[in-house]
Design a protein around this ligand. Structure first.
Ligand SMILES: [Zn+2]
Length: 454
């Protein structure tokens, strides 16, 4: 009897311990960046890290540097990239960088180690495989390949079906001759290797050179002739380019028809009848991700929806490149070519590369490529700066994929940095998105109303 009581008591104490343990859950850290196996630029020496800790009172450090912890536990830090104590393989990649996260709250401690890789890690940058003799690839779709650096703004257009000489394979791109001494990377997903060239083998490559003064020159890289350019306008709305196996043509497009009535009646044309295509960036890839795990592809779609609601209320016709269904960037570009809209807004939300502390440099960036897109970029950029009171990080000309669409003004907006805890939180709020959408639409309207005919 006594023994029974004793055992009972021991069991009770043991069970109370278990219960107490259950009411005080262990502190835990969830890291969003770096992801396990993610590539880091070792040359930059430091990078930002983000994630959440499940107690807002906790302190968090990574590689010995303290992080800023938001009221709900989202954190951000800018920390040195450290060599891993032991290299490990993650998903076939050698991880040689280590990020050690430590959280403290009173006597509790949590530790998480994330292994990433650097450009020094094995298997990251395989040497290009040289083809001697060269191989032939046939591109399976129309390609718009942008040249950077000194050739900023130049686009090489390759007609689907063209056969190109491939000199090497680097990563997943073939280095191909397009004529005139120009070589461009062609993704292996966009071509077939070692095809028997169609008799006669043909190649149709054109170099498009948009100029600041709105002209676009075209160089036929295949044969130095047969480019017809007509209907030049001093103030084009866009430029229509088409190519066949035999020839290509280029002509300026004028303002959409809704402007004509306005010019006649001297009334602001407004947005009525304007066909606007919204391109919510990313998906299937996630784009940038905030510390709480809010993904850019989701944020971009939600903001696009708010923009669409406001545009439609003002009489514009809205289409999307993608909604919930994923569509890779080249197919979104092809979708824009099918839709033939009057205006394109590609909606994004920013991140930074390694080596930059996003807490010190963040704000609004707006991108364009063709000269006729610049006034739209400036109008939307100014409206966002004024309404949202964000820092001005510039309205920038860059050869991004979607803005290569030639036929109408196209811009890409990066209103803020989703990787910052405070900005991510704002983007998760419908009120904030509505206010931002209001700024974007105000910018579009200012651009349309400021356009003189034609
Ligand atoms: Zn993006």
């Amino acid at each position: 009897m006594r023994l029974n009581q004793f055992i009972h008591r021991i069991l009770l104490v043991f069970m109370m311990d278990l219960a107490l343990g259950a009411t005080a859950p262990a502190l835990s850290i969830k890291v969003v960046r770096p992801e396990s196996g993610e590539a880091m630029a070792l040359a930059e020496g430091a990078t930002f890290v983000i994630g959440t800790v499940d107690s807002p009172d906790a302190t968090v450090s990574c590689n010995g540097v303290g992080c800023d912890v938001d009221a709900d536990g989202a954190f951000i830090g800018f920390v040195p990239i450290r060599s891993a104590s032991q290299k490990a393989e993650v998903g076939g990649k050698i991880c040689d960088a280590q990020f050690e996260f430590v959280a403290h709250q009173r006597e509790q401690e949590a530790k998480t180690i994330v292994l990433a890789r650097t450009s020094r890690g094995a298997g990251i940058m395989p040497a290009p495989e040289l083809f001697d003799p060269p191989k032939t690839v046939r591109v399976t779709k129309d390609l718009w390949i942008g040249l950077e650096g000194a050739q900023l703004g130049q686009i090489v257009f390759i007609l689907g079906g063209s056969c190109l000489t491939a000199r090497s394979l680097s990563g997943d791109s073939y280095r191909c001759d397009v004529g005139d001494g120009i070589q461009v990377p062609v993704a292996s997903a966009d071509c077939e290797l070692d095809v028997p060239a169609e008799p006669p083998p043909y190649r149709r490559c054109f170099l498009l050179l948009p100029k600041e003064d709105t002209r676009v020159d075209v160089v036929n890289l295949t044969r130095p002739s047969s480019v017809s350019i007509d209907s030049w306008s001093p103030n084009p709305w866009g430029c229509e380019f088409s190519a066949t196996r035999l020839d290509c043509s280029l002509k300026h497009k004028l303002r959409p028809s809704n402007d004509k009535t306005a010019a006649e009646t001297a009334v602001e044309p407004g947005l009525r009848g304007l066909r606007v295509c919204l391109d919510p960036g990313h998906h299937p890839d996630r784009g940038a991700v905030g510390p709480r795990g809010f993904e850019e592809r989701e944020s971009n779609l939600l903001l696009s929806r708010e923009i669409a609601t406001l545009l439609e209320a003002q009489g514009a016709q809205v289409s999307y490149t993608r909604e919930e269904q994923p569509l890779p960037i080249k197919e979104r570009h092809a979708r824009i070519r099918e839709l033939k809209p009057d205006l394109v807004i590609s909606v994004h939300n920013n991140s930074v590369g390694d080596g930059t502390d996003p807490r010190l440099r963040h704000g609004t960036q707006t991108f364009y490529l063709h000269p006729w897109s610049k006034p739209l970029a400036e109008a939307v950029h100014q409206a966002i700066l004024q309404r949202m009171e964000t820092a001005d990080l510039g309205c920038i000309r860059r050869n991004l994929y979607i803005p290569r669409f030639l036929e109408c003004p196209v811009i890409l907006i990066e209103p803020e940095y989703i990787i910052l805890p405070g900005q991510e939180k704002k983007f998760m709020s419908p009120d904030y998105r509505r206010k931002l959408a209001g700024a974007v639409v105000e910018g579009i309207r200012n651009f349309v109303n400021a356009r003189k005919s034609p």
